[in-house]
Design a protein around this ligand. Structure first.
Ligand SMILES: O=C(CO)COP(=O)(O)O
Length: 253
């Protein structure tokens, strides 16, 4: 059985004060019976305080990107070793906003995925097509290529632990989510890609999230799909009430 994983991606929102206020409000209220894995992916600056603040409260903390090198002359960057050192558990890699604005190529994403495992971080690898690609019927080919390039060189054990987030670019921040059927179709194809690249075991274990305008009102539709194991949530993860409602909806069928 794959454990559902709900991850909030705060993107470039909140001040330190707001971040700590959020974690104080939710930490005693997230489901604690192991039915769902809860992750908050926050800006770098807040990670250390958040890790310490939620210790013992069934919430894991993730970063939103990282460099692939352990250290070096990369002004402004953050290393996997530094993240691991403060107790960060997850790292989002290859988010479409990073691919678009910060030149995060498939090759760089692959290096980061390998490096994340080397330093004991679990990658959440984002893939997804643009509206133009969708309209041209290129969704499956594009997503398959992103997945296979990102996971290249992983061991089967590592492939089992990866989290893949299918986020169609046209559904991010638009209020226009994919239909559950549409998301399920692509997520099922992602699982098939992992099977072809690694094994049936790896495909059965890998967790696949849907992301793109997920809200408390629609999350259940996605969670009911056999190949969707959770959600990566932007806007609806920013308010404590809304974040808690997402978790509630996930654990109550
Ligand atoms: O990009 C996303 C999460 O990584 C999705 O953002 P929204 O939930 O705001 O559409």
């Amino acid at each position: 059985m794959r454990k559902p994983i709900i991850a909030g991606n705060w993107k470039m929102h909140k001040t330190m004060e707001e971040a700590l206020d959020f974690s104080d409000k939710v930490k005693g209220l997230v489901p604690s019976n192991g039915q769902v894995e809860t992750v908050i992916c926050a800006p770098f600056l807040f990670l250390d305080r958040l890790v310490r603040g939620v210790d013992g409260y069934h919430i894991k903390i993730g970063a939103q990107t990282m460099h692939y090198e352990e250290k070096g002359a990369y002004t402004g960057e953050i290393s996997p070793a530094a993240l691991k050192g403060i107790g960060v558990s997850y790292v989002i890699l290859g988010h479409s906003e990073r691919r678009e604005w910060y030149n995060e190529t498939d090759e760089a994403v692959n290096k980061k995925v390998l490096s994340a495992f080397q330093f004991g971080l679990t990658p959440i690898v984002c893939v997804g097509e643009s509206l133009e690609q969708r309209n041209k019927g290129e969704t499956n080919r594009h997503v398959e290529s992103q997945v296979s390039k990102a996971l290249q060189g992983l061991t089967e054990e590592q492939a089992k632990q990866v989290v893949i987030a299918y986020e169609p670019i046209w559904a991010i921040g638009t209020g226009k989510s994919s239909t559950a059927e549409g998301a399920e179709e692509v997520c099922s194809q992602i699982r098939q890609t992992v099977k072809n690249q690694f094994s049936k075991d790896a495909a059965d274990s890998v967790r696949i999230q849907y992301g793109g305008s997920v809200k408390p009102e629609n999350i259940r539709e996605f969670m009911d799909c056999p190949n969707i194991d959770g959600a990566l949530v932007g806007g609806a993860s920013l308010k404590p009430d809304s974040f808690l409602s997402l978790l509630e909806a996930t654990v109550h069928e």
